[in-house]
Design a binder for this molecule. Sequence first.
Ligand code: TXA
Ligand code: MG
Length: 340
Amino acid sequence: MGTLSTAVWRVDAARPDPAVLAEAGSLVRKGKLVAFPTETVYGLGANALDPDAIGALFAAKGRPADNPLTLHLAAVEGLPSYVAEIPVLASRLMKAFWPGPLTIVFKSAGNLPRAVTGGLETIAVRVPAHPVALGLIRAAQTPVVAPSANLSGRPSPTTAAHVLDDLAGRIHLVLDGGPTPIGIESTVLDLTDECPMILRAGMVTKEQIAAVSGVAPETVREAVIEQNPDWSRCRLILVEGPPGPAAQEVLRLYEKFALENKTTGIVTREERVGYYPGPVVGCGRAGDAGSVAAGIYAAIRQLENLDVILVESAPGDLGPVVQQRLRRVAFQVIRVGNAQ
Ligand code: TXA
Ligand code: MG
């Protein structure tokens, strides 16, 4: 358990108070850990030049030392100091998507402490599109690394309360700028090889990357990602199919687990909440993948002390990115009705 007293400072997401940002930035510069909102999820910022701060960051998250950190910059102008080269394709993608939810992996210039990337010769960089994130990074007057502000193995936080659930007592400060608008992490794209490779799917899609690159989407490679069994504390089952058959299957499973004395929660769309017995959480609206992404981690956190979470996924509701995230962490994926 942590021993720090974690401060929470409210900030206006659109127009954060420069005095508050200056103070938070100076804490980062002095080696403190400060959580802050980005447009994707909350990040946990640390001074990238301070090996002690990097050590404290890995310890606070319980993060394995070989999982590299992402450098967050306030502007693309800072990039050349940290990377060995900027491929032409990177320049085009940065122009199209920065600031925004795209992280690019470059060959590293090798001038950050070894612990930042666990000794890798590459460095992931992004420029976030959030006034609080940008203001804090500028105010820190030092490069800032920022993994998602959760304990390792837990869903990324999309509110300051989520950050506190995981990290209260372990970090100095949370800048509370309200819920993060996108709700899932950035796309991670590796450009260190001739052929770009998506390491983590996100809101910037393969099709968008291909369009800017002037290549066919099929030629953009995607890393096949291992299951991450400890992501959530409970068993998550994803039920995919048209609303009718999916709902029937969710109800069937709910009753089956009840007979086994397992506590079960259901995540569905807001319109369908009334269809299910509790505990049920409405996450987003049918056919609106963005609204589902924005709420999915909060919905799972609300139910994760139960034995099982059933997530209903009708076609077009979750969108490919959230669907992929959940497939990765699900204990089971059940498909009913016609193939999607
Ligand atoms: O949206 C986001 O990217 C959020 C916000 C806070 O910016 N950050 C975030 O950071 O999700 P993190 O550390 O939780 O996830 C970054 C991912 C990890 O899967 C990490 O392994 C990968 O990027 N990554 C970082 N540096 C890398 C590198 N040099 N090579 C390959 N993968 C890298
Ligand atoms: Mg993370």
